[in-house]
Design a binder for this molecule. Structure first.
Ligand code: HXC
Length: 286
C-alpha cells in the first residue's frame, strides 16, 4: 500500500495552503506585520489590514495584493485600535467583503525610548492602551468570525484538515520584559499583558477550536521598531549581542507566522514563539 506522505509531512509553505482564507491584521502597514500578511497572501489568503494612517494603510494594501495574482487585500485606515467601535466596523466590513475572518494578527503597537521619570501617566497609558486594550479590542471584534471559522476547520491531528486551517490568533509581542530593559518599562508592562492575554484566550477559547499564540520578535532589520529603538552608537553593540551574529529579517517572522497558522501549527496553543536568534538569552552577559 502506498504511504500517505501527509501522515507525517504537513503541507506547509506551498502555493494555495491558505486558499479561500482571510487574514485580519492590525498594524498591517508596519514592516513586520505587512511581511506576515504578504506571506499569507502569497500562499493563497485574502487580507484586510488595519492602520491609523489612511494613505499608508491603503498604499500598503495595494502593494501586498501584488504578492499573488487575483489577491484581494483591503486597507482600512483611520482605525485606532483603542476605539472598539472602529475595530468592530472594520471586522464586519472585512467579513462582509471577503467572506470570513480565519486568522487574526494583533500587531498594532506603540513605542518610544524613555526612562521611567520621563514618562507621564498619559504616555504610559497610551502605550498600554494601544498594546493591551488594542489587542483585546481586536480579539473581541473578530472572535465570532474566528469561532465560525474554527468550527469548519477542526482536525483530528492525524489527517490533513480537509478545509485547511482557521480560527487562529497571533499576538505580536516582544522579549523586552523577559529580563528587564532600560527605557522600555512602558512597553515591557504592555507586552507582558499581551502575553498573558494570549494564554487566557488559548485556554478559554481552545474548546471552540481557537488557537492563540504569541510571536516575540527580537531585533529585526529594517523595521520601525529597530529604527525607533536603536541609536546609531548602540546598534553595533546590539548586533554583536545576537548569538547568530546578525539581525533577523521580516521574512523570518513571516515564516514563524505560516508555521503557526498552517497545518503544522495545529496543536500549538498558548505558546510564545521567540524569533530572536537567541538574543534574549544573552541578557546580562553582553
Ligand atoms: C516620552 C512621549 C514620547 C516620548 C510621546 N510621549 N512620545 N513621552 N517620550 N518619546 C507621550 C506624549 O507626551 C503624551 O503624554 C503621550 O505619550 C501620548 O502621546 P500622543 O502623541 O498624544 O499619543 P498618540 O498619538 O496616541 O501616540 C502614541 C505613541 C506614539 C505610542 C506615543 O509613539 C505612537 O503612536 N506610536 C505608534 C507607532 C509605533 O510606535 N510603532 C513602533 C512600534 S515598534 P502627555 O502626558 O504629554 O499627554 C514596537 C517594537 C517593540 O512596538 C519591540 C522592539 C524590540
Amino acid at each position: 500500500m502506498p504511504m500517505d506522505r501527509y501522515e507525517y509531512v504537513s503541507d506547509v509553505w506551498r502555493d494555495g495552503i491558505f486558499d479561500n482564507k482571510v487574514v485580519f491584521c492590525t498594524g498591517g502597514a508596519g514592516s513586520i506585520c505587512s511581511a506576515q500578511v504578504r506571506a499569507m497572501v502569497a500562499l493563497g489568503a485574502n487580507a484586510c489590514i488595519i492602520g491609523r494612517n489612511v494613505e499608508k494603510t491603503e498604499t500598503m494594501a495595494k502593494d501586498i495584493a501584488t504578492a499573488r495574482s487575483g489577491a484581494k487585500v483591503i486597507g482600512i485606515g483611520a482605525v485606532d485600535v483603542r476605539r472598539p467601535e472602529l475595530l468592530q466596523a472594520a471586522a464586519d466590513r472585512c467579513a462582509k467583503e471577503l467572506g470570513s475572518i480565519d486568522f487574526v494578527i494583533a500587531g498594532a503597537a506603540g513605542n518610544f525610548l524613555a526612562t521611567m521619570d520621563q514618562i507621564s501617566p498619559n504616555a504610559l497609558k497610551s502605550v498600554i492602551d494601544i498594546d493591551v486594550l488594542g489587542s483585546y479590542n481586536t480579539v473581541k471584534a473578530t472572535l465570532p468570525y474566528l469561532v465560525e471559522s474554527a468550527a469548519k476547520h477542526r482536525t483530528d491531528g492525524k489527517t490533513r484538515p480537509a478545509n485547511g486551517t482557521g480560527g487562529r490568533i497571533i499576538f505580536v509581542s516582544a522579549t523586552l520584559h523577559y529580563s528587564g530593559t532600560a527605557l522600555q518599562s512602558h512597553v515591557s508592562v504592555a507586552k507582558a499583558g499581551v502575553d498573558a492575554m494570549s494564554v487566557s484566550v488559548a485556554i478559554e477559547q481552545g474548546p471552540k477550536g481557537i488557537t492563540s499564540n504569541v510571536i516575540a520578535p527580537g531585533p529585526i532589520a529594517d523595521t520601525e521598531g529597530v529604527a525607533r529603538l536603536s541609536k546609531k552608537e548602540t546598534r553595533v553593540k546590539a548586533y554583536k549581542a545576537v548569538p547568530t551574529g546578525r539581525y533577523g529579517s521580516v521574512k523570518e517572522i513571516a515564516d514563524a507566522t505560516i508555521y503557526l497558522f498552517s497545518d503544522s501549527g495545529n496543536y500549538v496553543n498558548g505558546e510564545t514563539l521567540v524569533v530572536d536568534g537567541g538574543h534574549w538569552h544573552t541578557a546580562g552577559t553582553s
